[in-house]
Design a protein around this ligand. Structure first.
Ligand code: CP
Ligand code: NVA
Length: 312
């Protein structure tokens, strides 16, 4: 039996993304018009967290509630996937009780092993390597603001981390040019960069890296940043502050960008580090629209994966 998951962006085809966006837009409209949309009535989502969360935790549970289902949170330190119990055994238990699994953990390998063994869809809700749910909500948000995506340019300022990697995959899939700008020792992993360039060839987009902030923001339609030290890298935070400061998204940098460029951040933000208050709070900032759309887009992801697996 074929089984569909979202362990990384490349698990999805362009058709999958379009279908997810169709469902997301429809259910968002249902929310606005106070219409019930119980597309997953009586279904159960397991939410497994090894790292902290505000947005992901709230939006998956609220999303499942809106869809007529229910979500149960599992704590990493009590379940101990791969530690207290093997990933295989956890998968074989969860599939007996649940219809979908959402997992936030450190190693990408754990998510992929879980997806391999569980016969229900597994959704990556952030690993050290990827954050596909975030990138999907981000480009959905851009499309709402800009009307269309093809031909736009998104510049990501900072660490070539999980957020940068998922954007580097989704942008070219959707015809959005992607630029990463940051210190040379914090570039995307070479295999991710090369794969992103391949995706870009198919859509006619471009994928580039530069360490020059002024060149990176010139002509960009969206300027995106994320924390300099991600969850699990707290010990490096002080050292990273010095290295990343030239890449801060601040008024001086925005003066070099187009006047109507949108400001994006996945949140949580470390205000005064990767982004200054005046920029994140400016009228060009769409950071809370991104956060809101996590709710709508994850509904699209859950509904699409659930029914696609049923048909498989
Ligand atoms: N952006 C995001 O995933 O937020 P949380 O870490 O709060 O879930
Ligand atoms: N890069 C950040 C994203 C948080 C949503 C982290 O991994 O902590």
């Amino acid at each position: 039996m074929g089984k569909y998951n979202l362990t990384r962006m490349t698990d999805l085809s362009l058709e999958d993304v379009e279908e997810i966006y169709r469902i997301s837009a429809e259910t968002k409209d249902d929310v606005k018009n106070e219409r019930e949309h119980h597309l997953l009535r009586g279904k159960l989502l397991a939410m497994y967290f090894e790292k902290p969360s505000l947005r992901t935790r709230c939006t998956f549970e609220a999303g499942m509630f809106d869809l007529g289902g229910h979500a149960i949170q599992l704590e990493g330190n009590t379940v101990g996937i791969g530690r207290r119990e093997s990933v295989y055994d956890v998968a074989k238990n969860l599939e007996r009780w649940f219809d979908l699994i959402m997992i936030r953990t450190y190693q990408q390998r754990i998510v992929e092993e879980l997806a391999q063994h569980a016969n229900i869809p597994v959704i990556n809700a952030l690993t050290d390597d990827y954050h596909p749910c975030q990138a999907l909500a981000d480009l959905f948000t851009v499309r709402e603001h800009m009307g269309a995506l093809k031909g736009l340019t998104l510049t990501f300022m900072g660490d070539g981390n999980n957020i940068c990697a998922s954007l580097a995959q989704l942008c070219p899939m959707l015809g959005v040019n992607f630029r990463h700008c940051g210190p040379s020792q914090f570039q995307l992993k070479p295999h991710i960069f090369t794969a992103a360039q391949k995706l870009a060839q198919a859509s006619g987009a471009t994928v580039e890296y530069t360490d020059d902030p002024a060149a990176a923001v010139k002509g960009a339609n969206m300027i995106y940043t994320d924390v300099w030290a991600s969850m699990g890298q707290e010990a490096e935070a002080e050292q990273r502050k010095t290295i990343f400061m030239p890449y801060q998204v601040n008024t001086a940098l925005m003066a070099q960008a187009e006047a109507d460029a949108l400001i994006m951040h996945d949140l949580p933000a470390h205000r005064g580090e990767e982004i200054t208050d005046d920029v994140i709070d400016s009228p060009r900032s769409i950071v809370f629209d991104q956060a809101e759309n996590r709710l709508h887009v994850q509904k699209g992801i859950m509904v699409h994966l659930f029914f696609k697996n049923k048909k498989a």
